[in-house]
Design a protein around this ligand. Structure first.
Ligand SMILES: O=P(O)(O)OC[C@@]1(O)O[C@H](CO)[C@@H](O)[C@@H]1O
Length: 403
């Protein structure tokens, strides 16, 4: 991919993991240890698996980055992604994005996710994903589809778009930080209740223009369960209304960042929709047929779990996006990878920070980390005046479009 502002140049420093008092540091030194202890109890892991988790905890807390074992199937990929360069560095001495991504790869290694044997392919986050998918909140969201289906088309479109945007708050890793977002941020049209909540950037008008006649849309999903359900409902709307000819749903090739959706999660969500009855079941049935007929295809590219910005994407993935009328990126991590996880001035135009992406691109994201762009300067100043917490609370969201 051409050198572009996506690499950020020297205009905005990369978010590092070790800044004292920073959100990034709290993730590495508080959220990740808490996650390890939760994963330890997620399944009846053996003493050997628990021992490897304990070693990972010790390494990330006070040690230096250790490389993947020589026999690791993806050692070459991680070497290309900077593993050797970062080996021997304290975990808090890394770029935040790299540290987090490598942490989740090491976590999978500790529980034997990739190793031949009984635990191969067992998702350490499945219990929490499944509990969320079968929660009463999920029931209510699927029942709401019956009401949404009766709305005038513009109201229906907005309801499903906002549901997808705010579905991004359903992030199990984020929940570990126990930050409370607005009770129901989408209830009043997503503008939020108190100042500094809700949609702080809303380019949905431009988004619908692009979706109005899109031959092919790449939809890069984020989290499973309560985020994936509204994402699938939105994809169904786009296909069933024939505004979009086909959708390529990008998911993760393996578990990642606790909640990120894998194919198993897509199938579980489809099953959940079809079992829910009413409009949810109709939606699930249409999506199943779209998969069988090819209007909906699923991709799981290895780079989707890479520790790098999209500016470093390989040519085949770039070609996939290039061939699309629009790429929709869901969630905070995809946003960070789109704009290079840098300390941008929040008023930096989104198109500038995301410049160079190979298709028109839309970000549907709740703001859960420090990287923010594309805000009106007055809005940015108001938010900043309230302190830096707005960047990581999940109480703000953006719908932003470049191209
Ligand atoms: O991409 P998502 O699921 O919306 O958010 C991922 C996330 O929870 O993980 C990181 C902290 O662990 C943050 O960057 C971000 O808030």
């Amino acid at each position: 991919m051409a050198e572009t502002s996506l690499d950020g140049g020297d205009r905005a420093p990369v978010v590092m993991g070790g800044e004292p008092g920073s959100y990034a540091r709290s993730v590495l030194t508080e959220r990740h240890p808490a996650l390890i202890s939760r994963v330890r109890d997620a399944h009846p892991y053996t003493p050997a698996q628990r021992g490897r988790l304990d070693l990972l905890l010790e390494e990330t807390a006070s040690g230096t980055v250790q490389p993947l074992r020589p026999e690791a199937h993806d050692r070459g990929a991680w070497a290309a992604w900077g593993m050797d360069e970062h080996t021997g560095v304290p975990w808090t001495g890394l770029p935040f994005l790299w540290a987090e991504s490598y942490f989740y790869r090491r976590l999978l290694g500790a529980v034997g996710y990739f190793a031949p044997g009984p635990w191969q392919g067992v998702d350490p986050f499945e219990p929490s994903k499944s509990a969320e998918l079968h929660s009463s909140d999920a029931d209510e969201e699927m029942q709401a589809l019956d009401t949404v289906a009766l709305l005038p088309s513009e109201e229906r479109d907005r309801a499903l778009l906002l549901s997808s945007v705010w579905g991004n708050r359903a992030d199990l890793g984020f929940a570990l930080s126990e930050r409370e977002g607005p009770a129901d941020p989408g209830a009043d049209g997503g503008t939020g209740g108190a100042a500094g909540e809700g949609l702080v950037a809303d380019e949905s008008g431009r988004l619908w223009e692009l979706l109005g006649d899109a031959e092919r849309v790449c939809f890069v999903a984020d989290n499973a369960a309560r985020e994936l359900l509204p994402d699938l409902a939105l994809i169904d709307l786009l296909l069933a209304s024939r505004r979009v000819g086909s959708v390529v749903l990008h998911i993760k090739p393996h578990p990642y960042f606790v909640s990120d959706a894998t194919m198993a999660d897509v199938l579980a969500a489809l099953r959940r929709l079809r079992e829910a009855g009413g409009e949810a079941a109709a939606c699930g049935g249409r999506l199943r047929e779209a998969l069988r007929g090819g209007a909906l295809t699923v991709r799981a590219h290895p780079f989707s779990c890479a520790p790098l910005p999209y500016s470093a994407m390989p040519e085949d993935l770039e070609a996939d996006f290039t061939g699309s009328s629009l790429t929709v990126l869901k969630g905070d991590l995809n946003y960070r990878r789109l704009v290079g996880d840098r300390w941008w001035d929040p008023a930096t135009p989104f198109a500038e920070a995301a410049g160079g992406f190979p298709s028109p691109v839309a970000a549907l994201r709740t703001v859960k980390s420090d990287t923010v762009t594309g805000l009106d300067p007055v809005v940015a100043a108001e938010l900043e005046a309230g302190g830096i917490g707005w960047r990581t609370s999940g109480r703000c969201a953006v719908v932003q479009v470049a191209g």
